[in-house]
Write a protein that binds this ligand. Structure first.
Ligand SMILES: Cc1cc2nc3c(=O)[nH]c(=O)nc-3n(C[C@H](O)[C@H](O)[C@H](O)COP(=O)(O)O)c2cc1C
Length: 270
């Protein structure tokens, strides 16, 4: 007979949440089978980083739909630590192009969206999640509230000047010998990494969604973050993840064939 390992606080809360989800047949789960599975494959296969666009603006309606689709990206604890800054003003756009080192993709793009990550807003976003959960009927199980009220803060809180880091380090490094437990985030650098991971998924969601409108994209991290933040009036703790150029590719917009490393170097089966 096998014995179930004893659930840690986090494991039991996650188990409760999973059980609740499997009992709830959320309406939005209906019709989840892709009507055109090839559509997504095509989006992935045809997405390329385009460096020369035709410079035509994209309609507001399309851009808004694209931004809405982007916010459907998954995020850690659903805390959505991102902001999407669509730069519409001609003056700001020309300053942004300069801040993007005048790269051709930025210069020729129809639109530029700055994908910003906000590691500093996790507390606000946890509160927003709790508000949303409070509005749910039927209400979610109490474990979900415990997760957002206790476990999320315990995980993301670093204390003034990183005061909690030594305690979190000791707890996780000793605790892991007794039961599986997340090993971070410990300090604010880890919280930044935590936020950037989810934000990068939002960027990819935007780039794949763009293909649904037959639009092309180029993600860019070649920019002067200090300038980009000043153009957008972002606070000190906001961080620029990527600037995404969007538009229609020119025939010579793709610089070369798709280059990928040998599968053996990146795909492993265990
Ligand atoms: C985080 C990130 C930053 C990037 N920054 C730039 C950039 O500043 N300028 C640029 O032309 N391409 C940039 N790229 C595009 C990559 O060069 C490109 O994705 C890669 O060469 C693979 O080509 P593909 O996207 O066409 O498959 C970036 C891509 C990523 C994911």
């Amino acid at each position: 007979m096998t014995t179930e390992p004893k659930a840690s606080g986090l494991t039991s809360v996650l188990n409760d949440m999973n059980a609740a989800n499997s009992n709830n047949s959320h309406q939005e789960f209906q019709g989840r089978t892709l009507a055109h599975p090839d559509g997504l494959k095509q989006a992935i296969l045809t997405r390329r980083s385009v460096r020369i666009f035709d410079g035509q603006r994209i309609t507001d309606a399309t851009m808004r739909e694209l931004l809405d689709l982007t916010t459907l990206a998954p995020s850690s604890s659903n805390l959505q630590p991102w902001e999407l800054h669509w730069v519409k003003s001609a003056d700001k756009k020309s300053r942004l192009i300069e801040a993007c080192l005048s790269q051709p993709a930025a210069k020729t793009s129809g639109e530029l969206v700055v994908i910003v990550t906000r590691p500093d807003l996790w507390k606000r976003n946890t509160g927003l999640m709790i508000d949303l959960l409070n509005q749910m009927t039927p209400p979610p199980p109490s474990g979900v509230f415990t997760y957002y009220k206790k476990l999320v803060p315990a995980s993301l809180m670093t204390g003034i000047g990183g005061a909690f880091v030594p305690f979190k380090w000791l707890l996780t490094r000793v605790g892991r010998y007794f039961r599986p437990m997340p090993q971070g985030p410990l300090g604010y650098a880890d919280v930044r990494l935590w936020a950037h991971k989810s934000t990068a998924l939002a960027a990819q969601t935007m780039m794949l969604s763009a293909r649904a409108f037959d639009l092309d994209t180029c993600p860019m991290e070649g920019f002067d973050e200090w300038r980009v933040k000043s153009i957008l009036g972002l606070p000190c703790k906001a961080e620029v993840s990527m600037v995404v150029a969007i538009g229609k590719s020119m025939p010579n917009g793709i610089y070369g064939p798709r280059l990928r490393f040998d599968k053996k170097l990146v795909q492993f089966e265990h």
